[in-house]
Design a protein around this ligand. Structure first.
Ligand SMILES: Cc1cc2nc3c(=O)[nH]c(=O)nc-3n(C[C@H](O)[C@H](O)[C@H](O)COP(=O)(O)OP(=O)(O)OC[C@H]3O[C@@H](n4cnc5c(N)ncnc54)[C@H](O)[C@@H]3O)c2cc1C
Ligand SMILES: Cc1cc2nc3c(=O)[nH]c(=O)nc-3n(C[C@H](O)[C@H](O)[C@H](O)COP(=O)(O)O)c2cc1C
Ligand code: SF4
Length: 696
């Protein structure tokens, strides 16, 4: 199929700027208003018996209103007797009694002009969590992923037939609830994939062995839908073209599967990668860059004549338009990009790219929350999943608000207060806004952390917040403003001074390595890239005339470096240095490095450290810095020196809370937010800033 882009359309600037993205697209018998599809994402909002809640309705309505062509819902279970795992806080459409809730869901999506597609699963198989007293199932008797000591039981043919039947019945219910399309959840190593892949399928009957046999279950699921909904009801099949596990699925086999699925009646293919053994590919972290799976979609598109959907870190309108223009896919699906900014399609269409709130691919509050059994949220978008609860309304009494600190917490607090109609003054003692975000975004693989910085800086400017740079706020400064409310967001400073020998000449703090070096010009390539994104220093903003610092870490002496502290900052600093050609060792006291990261990004980061030949010593207590390097005590209780030319300290941070303590009793409306309350992470800084901005 061609990607069907039409000629120029009149209207908002997006039609000219992104002609492919904003052209209508055929999706089976449907015509979608553009090529952007919301990717399916579990939310954790369902009731314990799998019903749709108001929280779902507000969350999905906001994303449909944001301008996508079609919403694919989170995964929905079709039965719970055979495969016990699509239960708990997952949605279920296993009874006619559930239809009413799903009708509401389809309606709110339609009300805002998007088509509604429901994603259905026959089960999670070995990747599920067995409830007490129940075992997991799979294609064959194989170890469960979550508890490899236990075996997931191979399904009997009779059970397969019942699952196929239940799947068709759920599809029938979905259509009667008003959904326009069905997507089959056949990817990422879940139950359908456990049939497709010989990694897990060792059956000797007609469901195992040859490719045709392994595809049989998937084909029967498509058939079951077709039998009930006829030949032209749109059915997308989501599958992983590459499981990213050594020894599995060469591309040719993935393409053969794609052809079989289309022959069986799939009207679209949604191409993904990864499985739980290679989880970062399912939720590509920032280290993988943008659009890391597009080439897989392109390879599938070469062999089928139905629309192909590409997914994975595609939320930049220019990139999305480009991959469509290049004919690599027919639609782009965006998941986390729409959690972070439900309105990104509309903003791109209306030429408001400078307002985009881009996802930073951190996986902290979206996947991280779900893996921890909590409902979805978002680090950069405090309203995600709380759309109704966190409405930003005009304040009845406009107030004068002083915010101290121009890091993420202070900038967010100032923006939210100003959005509510308050008059806001923000003090920042350094010569630029950003606080730790300036350091966090320094390594090349962390540039995504410039997104919240640029977003908040632009918002401050548009909202008319008065930013006073190079002003260290004291109680006297603040009193002179006669504020009705004060928000202190003075952040943190690096810890580590207490380590004996920390003052030696060859010791440097990780924070100082990443500090922007004033006076240097931005490298032209980085400046151009930011320009193309509509980012970068703006001539008339609060940073006018300052120029950006070069965003490379300061040089480190010698070839051998030891990083003391193996949390997020230590591990990323080590990766950055290793990529500059240094021989790096990380020393961490805890049994696990990068333990402060969610499991997805942690796995990816540890993999990259291994690739870069970084030695990671866990369970090693740091005792002192010595001239030869770092003195440590290993798990065997023996002391030794890890030799190095430079010792980098990444031992956490401590709050800059002196001002907050001084002011605590001075103001009735007084808030302490972000790292100065307690050093933590960006998510807490933004969320606390947001809530303080709502409450002043
Ligand atoms: C290298 C590095 C990497 C990181 N990577 C990540 C990551 O990947 N993900 C993540 O979630 N978190 C990360 N973090 C942590 C995250 O950046 C911080 O938790 C968050 O940015 C804290 O924001 P904040 O506004 O509370 O404080 P800060 O960013 O510290 O901002 C405080 C601001 O207040 C100013 N200030 C202080 N006192 C005064 C005063 N008296 N008057 C005026 N101004 C004052 C300071 O100059 C500073 O600009 C990283 C941190 C570092 C250092
Ligand atoms: C919180 C969360 C939940 C997800 N749940 C599902 C799901 O229910 N079904 C599914 O097929 N994929 C699911 N995914 C994967 C996404 O559909 C998507 O493939 C992935 O997030 C990569 O795309 P993105 O970079 O646009 O987010 C989920 C992803 C996230 C972040
Ligand atoms: S929590 Fe992080 S990865 Fe998830 S949507 Fe928000 S910014 Fe993106």
């Amino acid at each position: 199929m061609t990607n069907g882009t039409q000629g120029p359309r009149c209207g908002p600037p997006g039609y000219d700027r992104y002609p492919h993205l904003f052209s209508e697209g055929r999706f089976g018998r449907l015509t979608l208003r553009n090529r952007i599809i919301m990717a399916p994402m579990g939310t954790g909002f369902a009731t314990p018996d799998g019903r749709v809640t108001d929280r779902h309705l507000h969350y999905y309505a906001e994303r449909a209103l944001g301008g996508v062509g079609m919403v694919i819902t989170e995964v929905v279970g079709v039965e719970g007797d055979i495969d016990p795992t699509p239960a708990g806080n997952l949605l279920r459409l296993d009874s006619d009694l559930q239809i009413a809730g799903f009708s509401d869901l389809a309606r709110v999506i339609h009300d805002h002009g998007a088509a509604a597609c429901i994603q259905l699963t026959p089960g999670f198989g070995r990747q599920g969590q067995a409830p007490p007293g129940r075992g997991l199932v799979s294609s064959s008797d194989i170890p469960s992923f979550t508890d490899p000591k236990t075996t997931a039981r191979g399904l009997s043919r009779e059970e397969i037939a019942r699952l196929v039947q239940a799947f068709g019945e759920a599809a029938r219910r979905a259509a009667s609830a008003g959904f326009d399309a069905i997507e089959i959840h056949g990817h990422a190593g879940y139950l359908v994939d456990q049939f497709l892949s010989p990694l897990w399928n060792t059956r000797t009957d007609e469901y195992g062995g040859s490719l045709d046999n392994r595809v049989r279950f998937a084909v029967e699921l498509i058939g079951s839908v077709r039998q009930r909904l006829g030949p032209d009801f749109p059915v997308s099949f989501r599958f992983s073209a590459d499981l990213k596990v050594p020894g599995d699925r060469p591309l040719e086999e993935a393409r053969a599967i794609a052809r079989r699925l289309v022959e069986a009646g799939a009207t679209a293919l949604h191409v993904d990668a990864g499985c739980y053994e290679a989880m970062p590919w399912i939720f590509p972290p920032l280290y993988f860059g943008r659009g890391p799976l597009v080439t897989l979609a392109a390879a599938v598109k070469e062999v089928v004549d139905v629309p192909v959907i590409a997914v994975g870190n595609i939320f930049e309108p220019a990139l999305a338009d480009q991959v469509l223009a290049d004919g690599q896919c027919d639609f782009v699906a965006s998941g986390r990009g729409l959690i972070a900014d439900p309105e990104w399609p509309r903003k791109a269409l209306e030429g408001r790219e400078d307002e985009l709130r881009r996802c930073i691919m951190c996986n902290e509050y979206c996947v991280g929350n779900l893996l921890a059994g909590k409902p979805l949220g978002c680090v950069v978008n405090p309203r995600a999943g709380r759309e109704k609860y966190y409405e930003v309304r005009r304040a009845e009494t406009p107030r004068r608000v002083v915010v101290v600190g121009g890091g993420a917490a202070g900038m967010q607090a100032a923006c939210t207060a100003a959005e509510r109609g308050h008059t806001v003054v923000l003090f920042e003692k350094s010569d630029r806004l950003g606080g730790q975000l300036l350091l966090a975004s320094a390594p090349a693989f962390k540039r995504a952390l410039t997104y919240p910085l640029e977003h908040l800086r632009t918002r401050l400017e548009k909202l008319g917040v008065e930013v006073r740079l190079r002003t260290e706020a004291t109680p006297q400064h603040i009193a002179r403003e006669r504020p009705d409310a004060v928000i202190v967001a003075t952040g943190a400073r690096p810890a580590g001074a207490a380590v004996p020998g920390a003052d030696k000449r060859h010791v440097v703090k990780a924070w100082d390595l990443h500090r922007p070096r004033p006076g240097l010009e931005k490298p032209a390539r980085f400046a151009a890239a930011l320009g193309a994104l509509g980012l970068g220093a703006r001539g008339d903003g609060p940073t006018r005339g300052e120029g950006e610092a070069e965003r490379r870490p300061a040089p480190v002496e010698g070839d051998r470096v030891v990083v003391a502290g193996g949390g997020l900052v230590g591990c990323e600093t080590a990766l950055d240095l290793a990529r500059q050609g240094k021989q790096v060792t990380v020393v961490e006291t805890l049994p696990e490095a990068a333990g402060d990261l969610n499991p997805v990004n942690r796995t990816a980061l540890l993999g990259l450290l291994a690739e870069a030949d970084v030695t990671v010593l866990t369970g090693h207590r740091i005792t002192a810095v010595v001239d030869e390097g770092l003195k440590v005590v290993g798990p065997d209780g023996r002391e030794r020196v890890v030799e190095a030319d430079t010792v980098v300290l990444a031992l956490g941070s401590e709050p800059e809370d002196e001002l907050a303590r001084e002011l605590r009793r001075e103001y009735a409306r007084f808030f302490v937010v972000g790292d100065c309350a307690e050093p933590r992470r960006l998510g807490e800084a933004i969320h606390e800033g947001f809530v303080a901005g709502l409450q002043v």
